[in-house]
Every structure is written in structure tokens, then in C-alpha cells.
Write a protein that binds this ligand. Structure first.
Ligand code: ATP
Ligand code: MG
Length: 515
């Protein structure tokens, strides 16, 4: 009996469920591919599609609407277009392109749509956010007041990077642009900053090298790698930086601190130009379409330090741009320089002369970073900026003739020391304490007479030495405070002792290299 009534109940419940289903007709718009070539598909028959809407092609391939005409749409393909034929069906999704966000992305290598490239499992996404999101308004922002420590002395001391700042890394081919950004990422292993590295249009091997380096030297579990290499569809390369920002914003909006590196925007601009020409947008200067400035401005505007009310998170951007023969006044470089809050200019001549990182101190600038610099470092670096600038000028004047003036000679030797101190091999990032100690020692003359080889050894041994010989300066620096004169003297004395241990023979060479 009981089983009969159970069956009757089940039957009634199923019946009710079936009754609830409304079998009303549903309107579905199906468009048609008219023409497909070069990663662009021209589509007819989808009048309701919005700009940037995700479209689904035959076989589940995707694309998004880039240009809307009265009768047709130009869509950029996000997958290989070879399998899409003219005449095949397309449907709209009613949704703009979205990417997965959340902590599940940390430690992963993904393409710009969040599909894994590292042979791991599918991304465990917390949510999906649109790739194009509005930048925070002025009222939602706070002043940039804390630094992102890159561990590169020349950057931290002279062109400090603030949390929420956008600083362009710009230079010719193979001048160490990626290396500067990579060192900054690696150095975050000692901080709470999450890193997002976006590779656009690069060789797969170059990207591999960056990922390997972070795995070896940095904290890969706090990094996201978004890769659209040179062989990826142009559409994927186009959305890559936007997707990277969306993934980074998830953490920013929850009070986290994020550093995003875009490697590089010159290639992104070229992809944008290619797509614009293919969709018949009128070309402007250097054949770029008129909206290229707006494209990068709206992207980089999303970097911000949020107000305390919104959690106080920050998103710092390090976009990279390539120049041709050092020409900073070409179209894309000038655009990017005017959008960002400063630039680190890398010079191929310095790079060839083995000054690495090859930062051109005269052309580089950080427009907001000084305020965010650690007070102790600001104190210590004030002197070298001037000394170094004077030295570079003197060096030019004294290149051809011997100099007899003693004062100028000491200035030249001091300048050489600054130059030696500012060159730094890759993956040898310095802590704040080490940087302040080196600058204090330099100001005190404790490094005078050290050969460049000894300087390298000194820098290697310094962290362990300072940890073993604790001074009060370490505490003050950890607390983010200024140092007194006696702290500077103590630090300089510590470095002097270490320098004395390294190689007494080297110290005989008191004149430094011949200018
Ligand atoms: P591309 O234009 O190809 O992207 P890039 O400007 O990003 O090049 P990198 O790939 O970073 O340059 O560096 C070029 C070469 O210079 C690399 O082989 C790297 O090892 C070397 N290099 C970069 N920085 C340093 C450094 N601080 N010390 C020693 N070698 C360096
Ligand atoms: Mg590079």
C-alpha cells in the first residue's frame, strides 16, 4: 500500500513539475557569416547585437562585435578562424566578453579568456567579469602614498613607484625592459602584492623564460600569467590587457594590492591598428585609427589607489613600450608617456656599455612616486640625484682632456661609484634596509676606493651582514620611519666594516677608473 501511495505522490509531483514548464515559443536570432578572413568575420542578420558582445560561431568558436554597421557586424574572432566558413550560422549571447576572476587564477598560466595554458585543471572561477570595466571615479580614489618596492636601486631611489601609479618602461629592442618588470615581480615575494603579467604578441619562448624565472626566484603562487603570444588570434591579443586588468581588479576591489605588467603596449597598438584597418576604420597618424589614445588611456586609467571607504586596495601598472632607435617622440611612445605618471627610459647605448639596468637618468621621471617613497630612502637618495647629474655633465666635458682640479677629480670618482652602485645584475633585488645602507655608505665615503668587483661582492654579502649586525636603523625602516644622523652613521660604519673585510688589496686602487 505504502509503495502505491509513494508512486502516486511521485506521479503527482512530476506532473506538477511538467505543468510548471512553459513551452512558449522563443525568439532566437541566427546570423550568417558573409565573409571571413584575417581573424575578422563579417556577419549579417543580427541587428540586436551590442558593441563588444560575445558571439558564438559554428563548433562553439567565439568572437566579439568590434564594429556595427546598419546591416552588418564586423566581429573579431577569438579562436582559430580556419574552421569558420562563409554561410555558417552565428548567434549573439546578449553578454559582453567576460573572463573568470577570483583566487583560483593565482599561480596559473591562462589565455586572455581565462582558459588554462598550463595543462592544469579548468579555472575554479569565483565569478565572471566583463573585460571592459569603467575606471574608478576621482571620488573613489585616494592619493598614492605607499611604495611598491621593486628592489632595483636605481628605480626605488630615483624613480620610485607608488601603489596605484602607472609607470611606463620604455626603450629599444633588447635593452632589458622585460627584465626590469620581472625583477619588480620577483621582489614581491617579500610583500603582499599580487602580480599579473600580461604577454602580448611575444615569442612563446620569451614568455616561457619569464614564467620560469618567476617560478625559480619569485612567488609564483601569487602571480597570474595572461598569455596571448604572437601565434594567438589577433582578437585574443587585443583583449589581453583588458582581461589582465579585470583579473587584477578583483583583488584591488577587495582591499588587495596588485602590480600588473603589460608586455608590451606597442604590440597591442599594432594589433589594434591591424584590426581597425581590416574593419575599414579611417587611418590617422602612422595609420593608427583615431581612437588609439582613448584605447590605452581608458585601459591604464583603471590603475588606481582606492579610498579607504572602498577598502584601500591598489592596482599599479607597469606598461612596457618599445621604441625605434631611441625615438621617444614617435606616436605611440608620446601617447603612452602622456597617459602614464612617469617613465623609466632604457638606453641601448648604456646597455651596450654594460650599465644594466640601462636606465637613462636624464630622461626618466616618476611624477607621483616621490611622495610614496620610503622616508628613509628619500632622505638617503636626495644627495645622489644631484651628484650623479653633475657627474654625467662633467663626464661629457672632461672626456677629451685630462683634469687637474682636485675637487673635480673627487667628484668624478664619486660619480663612478654611484654608477657602479646603480648597475645591478638581474634577480639581485635589494631590501629597503640594504638600499638605505648602501646610500648612507656612499654619502659617507665608505665605498670610496672599492673596485667594481668588490662592490658586487659587497652587495651580495650585505643582507646577511646587516642581519647579523643589527642596528636601530633596521627597526625604524621596518616601521616606515625616517632615520637620524646617528643611524646613518651606524649603517655607513657597518658597510665600511664589511668593505674592509672584502678585499683590502682592492682598496689600494683609490683613484677609480680613469675618466
Ligand atoms: P625585447 O625587446 O626582446 O622584449 P627587452 O627589452 O625586454 O627585450 P630583456 O629581454 O629584458 O630585454 O633583456 C635582454 C637581455 O639583456 C637578456 O638576455 C638579459 O639577460 C639581459 N639583461 C637585462 N637586464 C640585465 C641586467 N640587469 N644585468 C644583466 N643582464 C641583463
Ligand atoms: Mg621584452
Amino acid at each position: 500500500m505504502t509503495s502505491d501511495s509513494a508512486v502516486a505522490d511521485w506521479f503527482a509531483a512530476s506532473r506538477a513539475a511538467v505543468d510548471r514548464v512553459r513551452l512558449a515559443p522563443q525568439a532566437e536570432a541566427i546570423g550568417r557569416v558573409e565573409h571571413v578572413a584575417d581573424g575578422i568575420a563579417r556577419i549579417s542578420g543580427l541587428p540586436d547585437v551590442r558593441l563588444n558582445e560575445l558571439l558564438i560561431f559554428a563548433g562553439g568558436r567565439t568572437g566579439f562585435a568590434l564594429a556595427l554597421d546598419a546591416a552588418t557586424i564586423d566581429a573579431v574572432l577569438l579562436d582559430d578562424g580556419a574552421a569558420i566558413e562563409a554561410g555558417s550560422p552565428v548567434t549573439g549571447t546578449g553578454q559582453v566578453v567576460r573572463v573568470p576572476v577570483g583566487p583560483g587564477l593565482l599561480g596559473r598560466v591562462v589565455d586572455p579568456l581565462g582558459r588554462p595554458l598550463d595543462e592544469g585543471e579548468a579555472i575554479d572561477a569565483e565569478d565572471h567579469h566583463p573585460v571592459e570595466r569603467p575606471a574608478p571615479a576621482i571620488i573613489e580614489r585616494d592619493l598614492v602614498s605607499r611604495p611598491v618596492e621593486t628592489g632595483i636601486l636605481v628605480v626605488d631611489a630615483l624613480f620610485a613607484l607608488g601603489r596605484g601609479q602607472r609607470e611606463l618602461i620604455i626603450g629599444d629592442r633588447a635593452t632589458g625592459k622585460t627584465s626590469v618588470a620581472l625583477d619588480a615581480i620577483v621582489n614581491q615575494k617579500n610583500s603582499n602584492v599580487i602580480c599579473v603579467y600580461v604577454a602580448i604578441g611575444q615569442r612563446a619562448t620569451a614568455v616561457e623564460r619569464v614564467i620560469e624565472a618567476v617560478r625559480t626566484h619569485g612567488a609564483p603562487e601569487r602571480c597570474i600569467f595572461v598569455v596571448a603570444s604572437a601565434s594567438a588570434a589577433p582578437g585574443l591579443q587585443w583583449i589581453a590587457p583588458f582581461a589582465g586588468f579585470t583579473m587584477a581588479e578583483y583583488f584591488r576591489d577587495r582591499g588587495g594590492h596588485v602590480l600588473i605588467v603589460i608586455d608590451d603596449l606597442t604590440k597591442h597598438a599594432a594589433t589594434h591598428r591591424e584590426l581597425a584597418l581590416l574593419t575599414h576604420e579611417p587611418p590617422g597618424r602612422e595609420a593608427y585609427p583615431g581612437d588609439i589614445f582613448y584605447l590605452h588611456a581608458r585601459l591604464l586609467e583603471r590603475a588606481a589607489r582606492l579610498s579607504e571607504k572602498l577598502g584601500g586596495g591598489s592596482l599599479t601598472a607597469l606598461p612596457i613600450a618599445e621604441t625605434d632607435a631611441g625615438n621617444l617622440s614617435a606616436y605611440i611612445p608620446t601617447n603612452l608617456i602622456s597617459i602614464t605618471d612617469g617613465q623609466i627610459v632604457l638606453n641601448s647605448r648604456l646597455f651596450a656599455a654594460n650599465q644594466r639596468p640601462a636606465v637613462d637618468v636624464g630622461l626618466s621621471v616618476s611624477r607621483v612616486g616621490g611622495k610614496a617613497q620610503h622616508p628613509a630612502l628619500r632622505q638617503a637618495s636626495g644627495r645622489i640625484r644631484l651628484d650623479y647629474a653633475q657627474f654625467l655633465e662633467l663626464e661629457m666635458f672632461t672626456r677629451f682632456g685630462g683634469i687637474s682640479d682636485k675637487r673635480i677629480k673627487t667628484q668624478m670618482v664619486r660619480g663612478e661609484h654611484i654608477r657602479g652602485l646603480l648597475s645591478q645584475p638581474r634577480f639581485t633585488t635589494l631590501r629597503m634596509l640594504d638600499q638605505v645602507a648602501l646610500l648612507a655608505a656612499l654619502a659617507d665615503g665608505a665605498l670610496d676606493g672599492l673596485s667594481s668587483a668588490s662592490l658586487v661582492t659587497l652587495r651580495e654579502r650585505l643582507p646577511a651582514f646587516l642581519d647579523a649586525n643589527q642596528t636601530s636603523a633596521a627597526d625604524l625602516i621596518a616601521k616606515g620611519e625616517k632615520l637620524g644622523d646617528e643611524d646613518h652613521a651606524a649603517l655607513a660604519a657597518a658597510v665600511r666594516r664589511l668593505a674592509g673585510d672584502i678585499s683590502p688589496a682592492d682598496e689600494a686602487d683609490g683613484q677609480g677608473p680613469d675618466p
